[in-house]
Design a protein around this ligand. Structure first.
Ligand code: TXA
Ligand code: MG
Length: 349
């Protein structure tokens, strides 16, 4: 792999033009989006896309999302687009939604990881939109973290993981959504939810029946076929061991407060933080706040050298399902259920 002196760019038009030139030359750029930072390259340039897999240490069988500027361009990259896809696009795009569609040949195999489909997303972030426009390219971009690490929601996070591995990162501030896009595919007029995100299953179900992939809340079995390849990997993990504690706030506090120890931390709701007797980094009360903070809080635990983190189990309604799904992977599916207060509405959409 090449080694670079990584430049931190601003979101000025001049810097975006510079970044767009890097993209046209087949180089990688850290790009802010409304969800998380992406590692951007020309989606139609196989050599550039290969550099993404190298820089991230990403398995070759995990396809990349292709970012475009406008709904009218979908059919340049995909075919047999169902009506329901257009309905969703009209309602949610530009925004944090990725639609898996049959791909056209111009999308190289390396981008789609050999699949005959492509994930198409029209980002809403103005810097991402400006970079797509200035480069004149469709942009392949996975999250800009090293594979396995929490996704980056600031330019600093991208620098932590990618310094020396790519020529530039555009600083667009903190990502407002904080978790990656909702990924869907289509089956006989129904929507299959492959990865939950800011656009919730409840919102999607206003347009068609939603079927949720089992892997959203359960681990893949060894060798099992997974529709969204990214869902099978242990993911988003800080170096600490993360355990999710499911129960009422009182039960959570009782559990963590009896576990004082070297390197032991709580990751609680804001409303429970004052009653934590072990060191705590709170991650918000509402699902939206928790989505926005989740990955940066997981990275903070690394910075302070946490060894064990007890996380208060988030709601799995609405955007909460995305938070729960990411936290489950950060915890390697390690979850402790306390008492009779189990949340029961996990299947309730
Ligand atoms: O919000 C986002 O989606 C961010 C920003 C940068 O746009 N990108 C992102 O990309 O999260 P990545 O590569 O970290 O995650 C893409 C997910 C993976 O789980 C992958 O398996 C799935 O989308 N995916 C992509 N193309 C697919 C396809 N053709 N079929 C099934 N799943 C696909
Ligand atoms: Mg990712």
């Amino acid at each position: 792999m090449m080694s670079y002196i990584t430049r931190l760019l601003t979101s000025s038009q001049e810097d975006i033009e510079y970044a767009a030139e890097l993209i046209r030359q087949g180089e990688l750029v850290g790009m802010p989006t409304e969800t998380v930072y992406g590692l951007a390259a020309d989606a139609e340039d196989p050599e550039a896309v290969k550099k993404i897999f190298e820089a991230k240490g990403r398995p070759q069988d995990n396809p990349l999302i292709v970012h475009i500027g406008d709904i009218s361009q979908i059919e340049e990259y995909a075919h047999d687009v169902p009506d329901i896809a257009y309905k969703l696009a009209e309602n949610f795009c530009p925004g944090p939604l990725t639609m898996v569609l049959p791909k056209r040949d111009r999308i190289p195999d390396v981008t789609s990881a050999g699949l005959d489909t492509v994930g198409i997303r029209i980002p809403g972030h103005k810097t991402a939109r400006a970079l797509i426009k200035a480069s004149g390219k469709a942009i392949a971009a996975p999250s800009a973290n090293l594979t396995g690490c929490p996704s980056p929601t600031t330019a600093g996070h991208v620098m932590n993981d990618m310094d020396g591995r790519i020529p530039a990162v555009i600083d667009g501030g903190s990502c407002p959504v904080g978790v990656e896009s909702t990924v869907v595919s289509f089956e006989d007029g129904r929507i299959r939810l492959l990865r939950p995100g800011f656009i919730s299953a409840e919102e999607l179900s206003e347009f068609a029946e939603v079927i949720a992939d089992r892997h959203i809340t359960e681990a893949a079995l060894d060798g099992e076929q997974v529709r969204s390849p990214g869902m099978k990997y242990r993911h988003y993990s800080p170096k600490a061991n993360v355990t999710i504690i499911e129960g009422s706030s009182e039960e959570y506090l009782e559990y963590v407060n009896s576990r004082v120890g070297d390197g032991v931390f709580a990751m609680s709701f804001d409303s429970a933080a004052a009653d934590c007797k072990i060191p705590c980094i709170p991650y918000g009360d509402t699902s939206e706040e928790q989505a926005a903070k989740l990955f940066s809080v997981l990275r903070e635990f690394d910075e302070i050298g946490a060894k064990q983190v007890y996380a208060q189990c988030p709601s799995s309604n609405g955007v909460g399902l995305a938070v729960y799904n990411r936290l489950l992977r950060a915890a390697g599916f390690e979850i402790v259920k306390i008492g009779g207060s189990l949340k029961t509405d996990r299947e309730g959409f």
